[in-house]
Design a protein around this ligand. Structure first.
Ligand code: ADP
Ligand code: MG
Length: 634
């Protein structure tokens, strides 16, 4: 019997209370995951001890056979998960089992609404971890001692999961951790040998540490009858106990791959796809990389968790090793196990090791390849794209060498489908290009509707030329790094001269030149009327329905990017647009016939309208309204 001293009762961090509440209410149909989480923690603890014992063998305290034991008592209604891993000291117990350590999680929880349905979905986005024990238990007792510490430095923690926990110092013979769950009345089914065994197999086959369960045997007499009181217990390993990625691909089932994903990614949903590779030669490593089907809550947070679980020669080194994948692939989860790094590698050392760069570039290719394969399954790829597309769009800017491959993976809205859904590839676009078309046309706007109804598209619609409709915040940034696809240049239809190349016949071009000549006088008058507000005035044939539009010089930053940068407080040099007039439009004819102040006002109205159609803001909107009203009532 242990005697507890220095007992204190502490409150859980607010977010833990919230998490407990959410978990108990929303994970009811998923209760069994508690075992996965506790085994996962025990396995992590063994990994950590093995790693630290590399340079200090004494930490094993003479017991270097790492293992996890699962015990149960149907009469008492308890399940116990025990490991001989690293263990915890008092401070660590308070910190780890009283707060939520993972950065961002607490912040995220604060923003959760009370809506249960939504929460059930959200809760799967981060590891529920240790606290999931309270889904099935109304009391949890943890006994632990840090490896290498004195026997008197054991700690006992217990809690009913209702807002507070108690810690006390105890004597503990063995290092490592023991977690005893007192099952709730309706969860007693878990204190069952068969049930536990099947759960261990389901969740822990891929864990390298053996998970053992007791096997009780009774001796038999000469007649083959069991002898009362002769029970002996042997411990039997119930999981496969080899690291999954080490096994040959052909021997691993899809279900095992999926279960392993849930273990590394702390996710409830299945992954969309994965890629498992063993590389030998100059570099020696095994990688198992997954594409999740759901975005983590911190995908867009700067210090959000990302990267792979790193092992060196099967020894766990660190979680979230972010050096092995570029930022634009930060949604990828998985494992990297290599012989190319030393066991005492640290995050700092990773940054300097040239081998890391090489592995990174190989893994990047793998992932792009895996996505290309995934794209053959349209539905699955659409799920991927809707979830991670805007992250992948960071790719061409970050990874110049792979930009052609990335371009092939992008999906767009276009005038071909005219829906806001981004589901058309550049290859789709190219396959539909008009005879004589040499360029890929696109437009960027703040929303799908603004892109779809931009006056710049009028000529393209008339001629049946497809235009990509870009409307994500990142799109202009993306396009400034994508210059061509399969040798074809990208052209922003709202910038520079309209050049349809071969699509326009000689005659058409000639007619346009003649119109331009005929309108020279008008253009001059408009320029004089608008003065410094425009860079230039031209007649155009890009419009069919609108009287005018504004165009930016070819190499000028676009309107979308300007607005984003200005909103972020950047001061940008002013750019004057080029005003283009549709010579066929009745308002332009009316302008031509106007004189004096009437002419000036109408010219201004046309300019202001064109700016509005572009999603821009007028400097003096009231003046515009006044002029327009004068025109309407005139
Ligand atoms: P996570 O595993 O994602 O860190 P958990 O809630 O599962 O979150 O666990 C919280 C922390 O408690 C762990 O990071 C670890 O430091 C500690 N811990 C939990 N179980 C054990 C154990 N069996 N042995 C040692 N430490 C443990
Ligand atoms: Mg955990």
């Amino acid at each position: 019997m242990t005697t507890a001293t220095h007992e204190e009762t502490l409150g859980f961090q607010t977010e833990v209370k919230q998490l407990l509440h959410l978990m108990i209410h929303s994970l009811y149909s998923n209760r069994e995951i508690f075992l996965r989480e506790l085994i996962s923690n025990a396995a992590d603890a063994c990994d950590k001890l093995r790693y630290q014992a590399l340079d200090n063998d004494a930490l094993y305290e003479g017991d270097s056979e790492l293992r996890i034991e699962i015990d149960h008592d149907p009469e008492a209604g308890t399940v116990t998960v025990r490991d001989n891993g690293i263990g915890m000291n008092r401070e660590e117990v308070i910190e780890n089992l009283g707060t939520i350590a993972r950065s961002g999680t607490a912040e995220f929880l604060k923003q959760l609404s009370g809506e249960q349905q939504k929460d059930a979905r959200l809760i799967g986005q981060f590891g529920v971890g240790f606290y999931s024990g309270f889904i099935v238990a109304d009391e949890i007792i943890v006994r632990t001692r840090k490896a290498g510490s004195d026997k008197a430095e054991g700690v006992e923690w217990h809690s009913r999961g209702e807002g507070e926990f108690t810690v006390a110092d105890i004597e503990r013979e063995k290092h490592g951790t023991e977690i005893v769950l007192h099952l709730k009345a309706d969860a007693r089914e878990f204190a069952d040998d068969f049930r536990l065994k099947s759960l261990v197999r389901k969740y822990s086959d891929h864990i390298e540490v053996p998970v053992r369960m007791p096997k009780v045997e009774k001796a038999r007499d000469a007649d083959g009858n069991e002898i009362e009181g002769s029970e002996t217990t042997t411990w039997e390993t119930v999981n496969e106990a080899t690291a999954l990625w080490v096994r040959p691909k052909s021997e691993i089932s899809d279900d095992e791959y999926k279960a392993f994903y849930k273990h590394v990614a702390h996710d409830f949903s299945d992954p969309l796809t994965w890629s498992h590779n063993k590389v030998e030669g100059k570099l020696e490593y095994t990688s198992l990389l997954y594409v999740p089907s759901r975005a983590p809550f911190d995908l867009y947070e700067r210090d959000g968790a990302r990267g792979v679980k790193l092992y060196v020669q099967r020894v766990f080194i660190m979680d979230d090793a972010e050096q092995f994948l570029p930022l634009y692939l930060r949604f990828i989860k998985g494992v990297l196990d290599t012989r190319d790094l030393s066991l005492n590698v640290s995050r700092e050392l990773l940054q300097q090791d040239p081998k890391v760069e090489k592995i990174k570039s190989a893994l990047t290719k793998r992932v792009l390849d895996m996505l290309k394969k995934l794209a053959k399954d349209k539905e699955a790829y659409q799920t991927f794209w809707n979830t991670f597309g805007s992250v992948l769009k960071e790719g061409p800017a970050e990874d110049y060498a792979n930009r052609e491959n990335i371009a092939g993976l992008l999906r767009f809205s276009t005038t071909h489908t005219d829906t806001g859904i981004q589901d058309q590839s550049l290859a789709d676009y190219v396959s539909r290009m008009k005879e004589g078309q040499e360029k890929i046309y696109y437009i960027v706007a703040d929303s799908f509707n603004a892109a779809k109804s931009s006056p710049h598209l009028e000529i393209f619609r008339k001629k049946g030329i497809e235009v990509l409709l870009l409307h994500d915040r990142i799109d202009e940034w993306l396009m400034s790094h994508l210059t061509e696809f399969e040798g074809m240049a990208f052209v922003d239809v709202a910038k520079g001269e309209l050049d349809l190349g071969e699509i326009e016949g000689e005659e058409e071009k000639k007619a346009q030149e003649e119109t331009a000549k005929a309108k020279e006088a008008l253009v001059k008058r408009v320029k004089a009327a608008l003065g410094a507000e425009v860079q230039d005035v031209k007649v155009t044939h890009r419009l069919t329905d609108s009287p005018a539009c504004v165009v930016l010089p070819e190499h000028e930053m676009g309107f979308q990017m300007r607005r984003i940068m200005e909103a972020a407080g950047q001061k940008l040099p002013e750019v004057k647009p080029i005003l283009e007039l549709n010579p066929e439009h009745p308002l332009v004819a009316r302008l031509e016939a106007a004189e004096g102040e009437g002419f000036d006002d109408l010219a201004r109205i046309l300019l202001d309208q064109a700016v509005i159609a572009e999603g821009g803001h007028l400097d003096d909107p009231a003046a515009y309204v006044k002029r327009l009203n004068a025109l309407l009532s005139g």
